[in-house]
Design a protein around this ligand. Sequence first.
Ligand SMILES: Nc1ncnc2c1ncn2[C@@H]1O[C@H](COP(=O)(O)OP(=O)(O)O)[C@@H](O)[C@H]1O
Ligand SMILES: Cc1ncc(COP(=O)(O)O)c(N)n1
Length: 270
Amino acid sequence: MTVIKALTIAGSDSGGGAGIQADLKTFQELYVYGMSAITAVTAQNTLGVQGVHPLPARFVVEQIDSVFSDLRPDAVKTGMLYSSEIIAAVAERISRYRVDKLVIDPVMIAKGGTSLLKSEAVEALILHLLPLALVVTPNIPEAEVMTRMEIRTIADRREAARRLHDLGAANVIIKGGHDAVNDMITDIVYDGTSFTELSERRVDTVHSHGTGCTFAAALTAQLAKGTEMREAASIAREFVQAALTDTLGIGSGHGPTNHWAYAKHKGVIV
Ligand SMILES: Nc1ncnc2c1ncn2[C@@H]1O[C@H](COP(=O)(O)OP(=O)(O)O)[C@@H](O)[C@H]1O
Ligand SMILES: Cc1ncc(COP(=O)(O)O)c(N)n1
């Protein structure tokens, strides 16, 4: 049996809906062996983020080295990176280990408004990490910050994707979850040449904590298996749609998505 392996470099969410926990649950559901390097520990639940405790950059590196020296991953995902020190250290190791399947989810702000990336670290993310990305997966506000442009229309999203590609990401997926206007939620995939739109009906739910992490983790799992970019994005979109539709309804605030839903609906996983 060939075991496909993926590493997530991200923050821990004690509430289990986002961050490392969402990534590992998603990898597991897609039959990918999950490994982690934790950048920060958050005290978090469905009501918000109560505390953030970053780890020293050198200890993030130590975790990455432990994984690479023994369990070589087939793909790597980054989530919450918190500081420019951690970003620079992660970028150095990604280059050193010649990671070719790097998925960057440029996590900046939790849904409740707590910052998960220091504002001065945005430049480091763009400069050091973006050029190493096989794919970057910003939501609309994150794409606005990185491109310094306002994004309203689908044409704006395409322009932002072009700019992020020009900044060095081989592929760009701009997620449409923050579109407050349309009934259809559209993620756009840009490979440097052509655009693909992935549209699904808006799910009207408060239980959307961790959608971004879950999408990028499903994408990473599929890329680790060798699925091509558009097909991997489409499966990730389907995974999140199921996770948002069949909610667990736990917690008294913005609850997590249901990581079991995709497998439950599909019956079998390929
Ligand atoms: N209400 C919704 N209905 C359907 N899909 C959604 C909804 N909200 C988010 N998504 C999907 O979840 C994923 C994450 O999107 P988004 O919310 O934009 O990112 P983030 O969680 O990083 O803020 C995307 O694939 C997006 O299309
Ligand atoms: C540790 C951690 N990482 C990422 C997110 C973003 O979550 P979302 O996907 O809801 O934007 C989070 N809330 N906590």
